[in-house]
Design a protein around this ligand. Sequence first.
Ligand code: SUG
Length: 435
Amino acid sequence: MTHTEYNFDGLIGPTHNYAGLSFGNLASATNKGAASNPREAALQGLAKMRAAMELGLGQGFLPPQDRPHLKTLRALGFSGTDRQMIEHAISDAPELLANCYAASTMWTANAGTVAPSPDTADGRVHFTPANLAANFHRAIEGETTARVLAHIFDHDKHFAHHPLLPGGVHFSDEGAANHGRLAEGHGSPGVHLFVYGKDGDRFPARQRKRASEAVARGHLLDPEKTIFIEQSKAALDAGAFHNDVVGVANGTVLFLHEQSFADPEAAYAAIRDAAPFVEIVEASAAKISLEDAVKSYLFNSQLVTLPGGEMALILPKESEENPRVKGFLEETLAKNNPINRLVFKDVRESMRNGGGPACLRLRVVMSEAESAAANQNFMLDAAKISRLEDWVRAHYRDRLAADDLKDPEFMTESLAAMQALTDILYMGAFYDFQK
Ligand code: SUG
């Protein structure tokens, strides 16, 4: 059976802004209060999707969520009309309003964890939406994300949907950003790497070990092919709030920074044992400091297998601009490993909130029958991308500053954009504001 990897990118929503909401994410903190450009952000994201498609890769997308999230504001005690709630929140709790406005569902690597059918005991593709309990603005995503995943992958025979993990921060789960799969081919049985953290001296860990264990259990993975690895505190404290900031796995290759794991030797031994075919391509700290890795996001690249079998890295422009990183990438290409192409993309609007190319996508490996059973409105071709670009140009602002969130007109405008999107995608009354 032929299996294909589809990248489901997050379509960047109209409220994309820089509110400095993510403690431990250095880019988010640094850019707090800066003006964003939601239109440019969304077009950059769509251009990346187009580029991946032009490389011959399978491409889909997950829609943004309704922001401001009025249902959350109401649950927090605000009442009256929607407009009154916004006005009340502006005067009483502007930081709550900022959280309810975050467009953070764009980073679909955090939408959930996925296990493809060759790896699961019941032969279905399993999904667990992430509870994102570590940050308030992200913790409000999961319930709608579950609905989005169930809407797109709506076929019991092929797709199994689990609820978000319960227990809040006790089972903090950030989805595929802390998960990787190694396999000889997309359709061969895979080895799953789950990376969890323990709080650092500077920053808290976002992924708990018991959360990763619960996801693996639910997905009916083979325990012999499932490895739990502790992330290094050095990486966490340097700003690698998710493991995908310092490493990425695809096919037979694990591409990562030497200081990703707490005990790299033990981790590599366990990985080699479960996946003897693995090629570990490592950047030494002497060549690339953690600081350079976090600033350039070189490991937050999409490591992809091209139709011809070679691998490419889809990287953020920032890693082309850092001479040490560029030099290391060129060296890596010249060496004997499957990586032999670099594609640099400008996703600066997302990067300024700490989200690189790999953060912006959720990988779903599917057989032909499975991809045919998925909702085709969310699978992309060139014409659908153009349609989404037109929608962005019609509805998005090219400048959004903190004060703009205080204008109730902006709420009306953002929700009108979401209404138009649900019409284009035949989603019906899907979001909370439409119910
Ligand atoms: O959760 N930034 C996101 C970035 C997520 C990146 N994803 C992966 N590494 N897979 C986060 O920290 C910033 C929002 C703000 O500050 O306005 C934010 O949510």
